[in-house]
Design a protein around this ligand. Structure first.
Ligand code: GEK
Length: 248
């Protein structure tokens, strides 16, 4: 387990009654508890991060770039970095939260792996992607406005080299609503088992309303294919969280 996902200060940001629930933001308070928050909120998070390393070992080409879009504290970048044997590779880790990147920089400095990591503070919709052999977007697309998602995926497809790999991990929406309700309740049970109270779960949900916008698996796969990928498939799912892989 890398430092970026080693349990941190305990996430109790939503533990007390908040009255007016603030809109969720990736600010310093979230940074301080982020590893604990994401591991106790996203079922399968660590499995997905580890798999990104496995995919890096398989797909990363010499003298190419890997992109970690919405890198937060760099957990995916570190997992990838530890598996790269090829020379001339740069991992470009992008996030638009200055607080996340400042902590990410510190964590990267304590990692000894040889591959270069370039941290970029930017909106992932505004960056260039080129000469990519691996693009990882773990739980980030869900924070991008729906109308910008197609263009972002098209840019990624254009920037990937032939044989390059895209990983997208997301919270999912289900149809019909009864199925969505079931999977949401199972996720709620998961969070309860991780020690979150009903109040914490409901205040966090309200805080993320209209900020984290999930879509169905079918919508994701159709979009990925519409960008030019021949195929895409979930390789992991637990309740309403899944990770998809597509190869150019
Ligand atoms: C991990 N991948 O640990 N441009 C750049 N960054 C953004 C944007 C944007 N438009 N919108 C949100 N972010 C990580 C976890 S967290 C997921 C990713 C979560 C960033 C935001 O600042 C945050 O750091 C990250 O995307 C989402 O594997 O907290 O649920």
């Amino acid at each position: 387990m890398s430092d970026a996902n080693r349990p941190s200060a305990r996430d109790d940001l939503f533990a007390s009654p908040l009255g007016n629930i603030p809109r969720f933001a990736f600010d310093q308070a979230v940074v301080d508890v982020f590893p604990d928050m994401i591991q106790r909120s996203v079922p399968g998070y660590q499995t997905i991060i580890n798999l990104c390393g496995e995919l890096a070992a398989r797909f990363v080409q010499a003298d190419s770039n890997c992109y970690d879009l919405g890198c937060s504290l760099g957990a995916s970048s570190l997992a990838i970095r530890q598996q790269i044997q090829q020379p001339g590779v740069t991992i470009v880790a992008v996030d638009n939260s200055a607080a996340m990147l400042a902590r990410c920089q510190t964590l990267l400095q304590s990692d000894q792996a040889a591959t270069a990591v370039e941290l970029v503070e930017a909106d992932i919709c505004d960056i260039e992607i080129n000469n990519a052999s691996l693009v990882v977007m773990n739980f980030t697309l869900q924070f991008i406005a729906i109308e910008k998602r197609q263009a972002l995926l098209e840019k990624i497809y254009a920037g990937l080299n032939p044989g390059g790999c895209l990983v997208i991990s997301e919270k999912l929406l289900f149809e019909p609503e009864s199925l969505n309700q079931l999977l949401s309740e199972l996720h709620h049970q998961f969070k309860s088992a991780q020690g979150y109270s009903d109040l914490e779960i409901s205040q966090k949900r309200d805080s993320l309303e209209n900020i984290l916008i999930p879509e169905t698996l079918e919508t994701h796969i159709n979009r990925i294919k519409a960008c030019g990928f021949n195929s895409a498939s979930p390789w992991f799912q637990c309740f309403n969280f899944a990770s998809l892989v597509a190869v150019k």
